[in-house]
Design a protein around this ligand. Structure first.
Ligand code: AP5
Length: 218
């Protein structure tokens, strides 16, 4: 599969990160997660991290110009030239328009917007039980996909922790922010003929194959 430029869209907990990692490995393209980039910056206490931390811990979006800057820089890296998955970006219409402009200037375009659909009750169940590797950000779930050894990442041996923004109150704020600011992108991309809806409930492997089918046009 060549030059596949994908966006993974969906509410918090839909499985964007889980599926983006699988598809990225399978297709040999990078997974570009604004959430992962921002969390790393918070961990490293960089100026970006200091700016983003408060927004993230409240469950609010980081200002558009900050994340647009991150993506513009990331898309210029050599590993993004033969395709990528944008996981968690764009999240507002301002971000979507900025991306469209950047790509147009570069003579490039998005091929598919994979919209992963999951109901609210399931999202809350997933986020409450989610655990994440502190080092490589691999996602786990206490019931649905636990690591082989409790507290230790299967991939890198790092410590597995609970994200601060996965506490119940913050999860509710994130779902509200999603509904108000990000869900309108479903219509935005549908209008542009790029939207591919995928049911995000059920077995992780089956969802992965549905997504592959969609992006490979099977
Ligand atoms: P971000 O990290 O992007 O968080 P999010 O969108 O809220 O998404 P999540 O990571 O919570 O969920 P996911 O869909 O990736 O699900 P996952 O695969 O982990 O953003 C965090 C914050 O950063 C934002 O709140 C904001 O402040 C800021 N930010 C980031 N991007 C931004 C932007 N563009 N603009 C402004 N601010 C931005 O799965 C969830 C759980 O479910 C896991 O435990 C997993 O193991 C489990 N699971 C997955 N699939 C299944 C399945 N099929 N069945 C059962 N369990 C499953």
């Amino acid at each position: 599969m060549e030059d596949m430029n994908l966006i993974f869209l969906g509410p918090p907990g839909a499985g964007k990160g889980t599926q983006a990692k699988l598809v990225a490995d399978k297709c040999g393209i990078p997974q570009i997660s604004t959430g992962d980039i921002l969390r790393q910056a918070v961990k490293d206490v960089t100026p970006l991290g200091k700016e983003a931390q408060g927004y993230m811990e409240r469950g609010d979006l980081v200002p558009d110009q900050v994340v647009i800057g991150i993506i513009e820089e990331r898309l210029q890296q050599p590993d993004s030239q033969a395709g990528y998955i944008l996981d968690g970006f764009p999240r507002t219409e301002v971000q979507a328009n900025a991306l469209a402009e950047t790509l147009e200037q570069a003579g490039s375009a998005i091929d598919h917007v994979v919209n992963i659909e999951v109901g609210d009750d399931e999202l809350i169940r997933r986020l409450a039980g989610r655990r994440t590797c502190k080092d490589c950000q691999e996602p786990y779930h206490v019931t649905f996909s636990p690591p082989n050894v409790q507290g230790v990442c299967d991939k890198c041996g790092g410590e597995i922790i609970q994200r601060k923004d996965d506490q119940e109150e913050t999860v509710r704020t994130r779902l509200k922010v999603y509904r108000e600011q990000t869900a309108p992108l479903i219509a935005y991309y549908e209008k542009r003929g790029l939207l591919r809806n995928v049911a995000g409930t059920g077995d992780i492997e089956e969802i992965f194959h549905s997504i592959l089918g969609v992006v490979e046009g099977r």
